[in-house]
Write a protein that binds this ligand. Structure first.
Ligand code: BV8
Length: 250
């Protein structure tokens, strides 16, 4: 593996010449903001729970208070978090390429708070609350109530996220697939590549012979297939990559 700040010339050349760069981010992108990744051991009260068992319609139906409280805890955690240098580097990268598509599996709004203008949220957003029946966005609710209810139809409120077993927003997924298949460079950052259908996006890029770069300190199922695997935290390598690109001369 080349020195972190000695990026492969071919990678810089491809990025420099790229008309369209597509980026897919996962929970690892927010790790350096203090937001635990989805599969990191959960802390404190939540250590006893597997997130995949809480993030389901069944869990919400069986114990709405438990699931509502878990999301309330995560909303507070995310509200206290700040975007990290990796988020800001992606805002800079967007300015350097003619067309830039940012797709995220994250539900924490950190890309938007860093200044990314258009973000395709595949799994929704934890800070948006909806009626569990009508799915209308609800701005205010009675937080004293253990399981807040919709002020219009009295059904339970829930976070506007995609739970396991629920389908992703069709428009978002279609836009994500199109961007993965019609770009010049695909960056896959901070995802374990375990959750479908998001995990199939890098394969769609590779299938179209698009240069695919993985940024992840660990190895994932994508690693053997990517053109480059930068095994470093995104908060460190993305600013360096953007600087190298700005200084690149063909
Ligand atoms: C669907 C929102 C059609 C909620 C999330 C059986 C029944 C039903 C469905 C399935 C089934 N079997 C399989 C499925 C499909 C299922 C799935 O994929 N399951 C997996 C677990 C096997 N998918 C679904 O259900 C999807 N819907 O398929 O609909 C359907 C419908 C019915 C029946 C069948 C099919 C819905 C999936 C969406 C789930 N919702 N989030 C919430 O957040 O509470 S997914 C959740 O995982 C988060 O969004 C998270 O982003 C996402 C993916 O995880 P990662 O982002 O990759 O995070 P992870 O922790 O795993 O990895 C972090 C990585 O970062 C690591 O590799 C680490 O090394 C790295 N890292 C750490 N630090 C850094 C770093 N990288 C860079 N820098 C660092 N500093």
């Amino acid at each position: 593996m080349k020195n972190l700040f000695d990026f492969p010339k071919e990678l810089l050349a491809e990025l420099h010449a790229a008309r369209h760069v597509t980026v897919l981010t996962g929970a690892g992108t927010s790790a350096e903001s203090g937001v635990p990744t989805f599969r990191d051991a959960q802390t404190g009260l939540w250590a006893q729970y597997d997130p995949e068992e809480l993030a389901t319609p069944e869990a919400f139906q069986h114990n709405p208070k438990l699931v509502w409280d878990w999301y309330a805890w995560r909303r507070q955690l995310v509200a206290r978090a700040e975007p990290n240098p990796g988020h800001y580097a992606l805002v800079e990268l967007e300015k350097l390429v003619p067309k830039f598509t940012l797709i995220t599996q994250n539900v924490d709004s950190l890309h938007q708070r860093a200044g990314s203008s258009r973000v395709i949220e595949l799994h929704g957003n934890i800070s948006r609350i909806i009626c569990s029946k009508e799915r209308t966005v609800i701005q205010n609710w009675d937080d004293n109530n253990d399981c807040p209810r919709c002020p219009f139809c009295n059904n339970l409120l829930r976070p506007d996220v995609v739970w396991f077993g629920e389908t992703l927003p069709p428009d978002a997924l279609m836009a994500a697939y199109h961007a993965a298949q019609h770009c010049d460079v695909f960056l896959c950052i901070g995802t374990s590549g375990l959750v479908q259908p998001a995990a199939s996006l890098p394969a769609a890029a590779i299938h179209n012979n698009i240069m695919t770069v993985e940024i992840n300190p660990d190895t994932t199922p994508l690693s053997p297939h990517a053109d480059y695997h930068l095994k470093t935290p995104s908060g460190r390598v993305l600013p360096a990559l953007v600087t190298a690109l700005k200084n690149y001369t063909p």
